[in-house]
Design a binder for this molecule. Structure first.
Ligand SMILES: C[S@@+](CC[C@H](N)C(=O)[O-])C[C@H]1O[C@@H](n2cnc3c(N)ncnc32)[C@H](O)[C@@H]1O
Length: 277
């Protein structure tokens, strides 16, 4: 089998870290995601995965956040099966494959053109109403051209921190003003996480930079009338943490003891009105 040689650098290269983490999780007896496609995909890639700095502890952290977003997405779709799922910065993530979707759900994956090209070569196309868009999320126009006939659940994992704060806030404004209600589900760093970024191996090795630290997620409510923060959950407090390997559980417990550090990485869920709530 010819393996796919990876030429991505900078922020796009970081998708190898999260892919590798999901593959590690799927091999573990503690698996939270059971993502066989991630494992198969890693095997088809020619890349030195040691560059990602992933080990069983931080792979469990990635699996935890993915599981949280999977669960929130599934809960939204259970209430709104006809919704549009706007999965931004999809990378080589297989959320559309992992989640049992309704036939009437519309799924749109979005990432940069070089990532979408790689995705199209490596991943099977999921069933149902599915498409993938090759664009920067900060580019003008693409979002406004999407049909706005249904509530949206906009899911973005491993994206917000790489955006400039003004671009992140503009993205939230564009989603909330375009769609007739829905939810925003994403992970974020706080300001301390941005200041400490050079301690994170994948950022050091890929040269990627994070810019947007959100100290008070509830302050984003000002971006759209009725935008409401439903949940802010620290990475170390995610409910599935009880299922991760003992060392990862221990690290989460330690992190939880240190003010500031325990908020470095959080999951947030927002709702905005318009019939999609
Ligand atoms: C850490 S990876 C996460 C990928 C995927 N969500 C996952 O969990 O495996 C970061 C992703 O953000 C994407 N990304 C960064 N900036 C972007 C932008 N402006 N527009 C679209 N995608 C972007 C990168 O190409 C990459 O796929």
């Amino acid at each position: 089998m010819d393996r796919e040689k990876i030429t991505l650098t900078g922020v796009p290269e970081t998708l190898l870290a999260t892919l590798h983490a999901r593959a590690c999780d799927s091999r573990s007896s503690h698996s939270l995601l059971h993502d066989r496609t991630a494992l198969d995909t890693v095997r088809r890639i020619d890349y030195d995965f040691r560059r990602t700095g992933m080990n069983s502890v931080n792979a469990a952290g990635v699996a935890l956040r993915a599981r949280c977003l999977d669960d929130w997405t599934a809960a939204f779709l259970a209430r709104h099966p006809r919704a549009t799922v706007l999965h931004l910065a999809c990378g080589l993530d297989t959320r559309a494959h992992r989640l049992a979707r309704f036939p009437e759900t519309r799924w749109i994956d979005v990432d940069l053109p070089e990532v979408v090209a790689l995705r199209n070569r490596l991943l099977p196309v999921p069933d149902g109403d599915y498409r993938v868009l090759a664009t920067s999320v900060t580019a003008d126009g693409w979002l406004e051209e999407l049909p706005a006939d249904r509530p949206v659940v906009a899911v973005f994992e491993g994206l917000s921190m790489y955006l400039r704060p003004a671009d992140g806030e503009r993205l939230i404004r564009r989603i909330t003003s375009h769609f007739p209600g829905g939810q925003l589900l994403f992970d974020c760093f706080n300001g301390l996480g941005v200041r400490m970024q050079r301690l994170i191996p994948v950022l050091r090795r890929t040269g990627a930079t994070v810019y947007w630290g959100i100290d008070d997620p509830r302050a984003l409510e000002r971006l759209h009338p009725g935008l409401t923060c439903l949940d802010v959950i620290r990475g170390c407090d995610l409910p599935e943490v009880r299922h991760v390997p003992p060392l990862a559980r221990f690290e989460a417990r330690l992190t939880g003891l240190v003010p500031g550090v325990r908020d470095v990485f959080r999951m947030v869920r927002f709702e905005f009105p318009g019939g999609g709530g």
